[in-house]
Design a protein around this ligand. Sequence first.
Ligand code: HEC
Ligand code: HEC
Ligand code: HEC
Ligand code: HEC
Ligand code: HEC
Ligand code: HEC
Length: 315
Amino acid sequence: MSIPRDAFHRHPHLAQQIVFELPRPPQGFTATFASFWEAHPEFQLKRVNARDPDVLRFNHQRHFASDIPPVNGQKLDCNYCHQLQPDGRFYQRISFAANCQTCHSLQFDWRNPEMRIPHGNVDLVRTFLRSLPAQYADYARLKKGIPEREVPGYVAQQIKQLRDQFHSGEELERAVFFTKDPYKPQQAMGAAERGNFTGCAFCHEVKPVAKGAPAITKPILVDRWMPQANFNHAKHQIDPSTQKPLDCNICHQATQSRETSDVLMPAKANCVMCHSPQGKVVAECITCHTYHAPIAAQTVAESANSVKQMLLGAK
Ligand code: HEC
Ligand code: HEC
Ligand code: HEC
Ligand code: HEC
Ligand code: HEC
Ligand code: HEC
């Protein structure tokens, strides 16, 4: 309890990695215990009921409802959004382009479904909306194959139709940035259609900025949640006692979660069912933890194996 708090934040990680770290518990790490399955403390995330600080809106439960359209003929499942990293230990960060765009394609004009608002850069979105006639002209030439002399008439017609709902460019821009469902005709359509016609505020916190483009609060997509322990998803695909695939929801209660702020992380009980004498899987401290190594060895401290070798005196 007398060592400075910062001394405990030494778990090495790559600079681009986002790691969720809680402050040192009030009592420090002073509890003594002899086994994982008995007195080992409940994981801190669970003990303090930690919340996810991200403000990006996401509702896991909603995405398993019956009106969510299949993608490539398959019902949406965890692996559509969560893909293991090549070494199989942890998951890759999700992205809009790979995991959301298929169903939330940022259309705004149902007569021209291939017209889409670009994602990910507020200035680019503004430029796009402020050059709509030129965008429609390109669209007419490249996507619709409309002959050159008919292009101006086509563009004028599209702009007129948009004007029926949005009376000015500023009004359209405000609707795109600040409303969840900006486009009235889509509100009457089915869920799958509606999902393609959303404003930025459907997913983001958007704040106005005086005399500038609005600010989107940057999403925080955490890469590691329990940095004080190791884990390896590839070694938890099969339940050793039944030889059946292990369901993600044994450890992550994702199908019930509606809020991004939920932290969908396992509790100790989810591990004890196997990592205990009853569960018949090893439960030594070193199965899950890497000891603090001397400074010189810190660069390899990520791998439990190398520490095991170190303790055994091997190279
Ligand atoms: C349509 C995409 C999508 C699908 C399908 C999906 N997730 Fe997620 N998942 C996300 C997004 C976005 C986040 C980050 C935002 C958040 O925390 O809600 C996330 C976060 C998580 C996290 C990290 C912990 C946390 O609280 O942020 C876990 C664990 C997780 N999902 C498990 C699952 C499981 C298990 C399934 C299948 C039952 C699943 N997810 C299906 C998009 C998806
Ligand atoms: C397979 C298609 C599909 C994918 C992939 C998908 N969504 Fe959705 N999503 C939908 C549909 C359909 C709805 C319901 C739309 C409606 O009712 O207006 C929806 C609703 C939502 C909602 C509103 C939830 C609520 O509580 O009403 C949010 C926010 C959202 N999606 C975010 C995301 C994000 C972020 C991703 C990517 C990580 C994503 N979605 C991926 C189809 C999808
Ligand atoms: C269906 C949900 C959804 C909608 C709608 C949406 N976004 Fe996003 N956005 C995401 C997700 C998920 C991320 C984080 C992953 C990524 O960067 O690909 C993100 C990231 C961003 C970022 C951060 C990019 C970065 O490099 O860090 C910006 C800026 C952004 N979005 C702007 C917008 C704008 C502007 C709109 C409206 C035109 C919009 N988004 C609409 C889901 C959405
Ligand atoms: C035996 C328990 C267990 C099972 C089963 C399991 N996970 Fe995890 N998962 C964890 C633990 C522990 C973490 C925390 C690792 C960390 O970030 O420190 C985690 C983290 C995650 C994360 C956050 C990113 C990361 O890699 O840390 C996602 C996403 C995730 N799991 C998805 C899934 C999906 C999808 C499945 C099913 C295919 C699944 N998990 C099965 C225990 C499990
Ligand atoms: C099956 C895996 C597993 C085993 C075995 C295990 N632990 Fe843990 N331990 C964890 C996880 C997961 C955490 C949470 C890590 C985090 O939140 O970053 C944790 C957290 C801790 C903490 C932090 C406690 C706190 O107050 O938050 C200590 C100390 C600890 N373990 C010591 C031990 C010791 C000593 C042993 C052997 C007697 C052991 N662990 C065995 C998985 C394990
Ligand atoms: C269904 C049974 C089961 C559950 C539940 C389970 N484990 Fe495991 N775990 C195993 C088995 C079996 C192994 C040994 C795999 C091997 O060596 O091939 C293992 C190995 C591990 C390892 C060593 C991985 C490596 O790289 O060698 C860690 C760390 C671990 N488990 C952590 C956890 C944590 C943390 C939890 C709870 C969130 C958990 N396990 C829940 C069965 C389980």
